[in-house]
Design a binder for this molecule. Sequence first.
Ligand SMILES: Cc1cc2nc3c(=O)[nH]c(=O)nc-3n(C[C@H](O)[C@H](O)[C@H](O)COP(=O)(O)OP(=O)(O)OC[C@H]3O[C@@H](n4cnc5c(N)ncnc54)[C@H](O)[C@@H]3O)c2cc1C
Length: 195
Amino acid sequence: MEFALFSELPVLAGHGARGAIVRILRARGVAVHSGRKVVAVGEDKIELDGGKHFDAQASVWATGASAPPWIAQSGLATDSLGFVEVSDTLQSRSHPEVFAAGDVASVIGETRPKSGVFAVRQGPVLARNLRRALAGEAPEPFRPPSRSLALISCGDRYAVASWGGLAVQGAWVWRWKDRIDRRFVERYRSGAAES
Ligand SMILES: Cc1cc2nc3c(=O)[nH]c(=O)nc-3n(C[C@H](O)[C@H](O)[C@H](O)COP(=O)(O)OP(=O)(O)OC[C@H]3O[C@@H](n4cnc5c(N)ncnc54)[C@H](O)[C@@H]3O)c2cc1C
């Protein structure tokens, strides 16, 4: 069986772990094709922008986050991809009485990836700002970290860590990720997370 990864953009563009992940994919026999958009998937083939075809018995789509269409229809100001445009206080640019956080929101002037790291950090600020708005108080701004840690599991208890332009990898990185993930989920099981 042969595996291939097709990606319009370079795989993990902007991540320090990019080179490590591409090497790991190749070492495991996954052909990496980037720079062309997939424009059609048939029963047994994939077509790329420009007309090139590849045989494919099974395809798995793993695309980025997208905004539900009703947001643009609602009259809320959106960015070019249809996500709610918010100020750093997580208030809609067009309707400040509407708050948005997480994947569905795009903070004006911020070009962060849609990721749980930012969604989770915005949660407490959103909760406090909703309370402040109801109390007639000024909202607080969300200050994202300048860089965030990405821990990428490779599926066999091996992982790659990406921090800005830096990358480290190994079984110990997977154990580190596993501990963080379990601790995070446990907070919600025990009801200890901020409500
Ligand atoms: C496979 C996968 C792996 C990921 N791995 C990571 C990772 O390792 N690290 C990381 O940081 N991020 C990761 N992410 C991204 C992360 O999951 C998201 O950034 C994060 O969940 C965004 O949180 P959110 O609360 O904004 O949105 P979501 O978690 O998507 O929550 C939105 C909720 O709104 C509900 N909803 C939508 N429309 C309506 C409606 N009309 N009425 C009522 N409810 C509605 C949805 O059902 C959903 O429960 C991953 C994402 C995917 C898909």
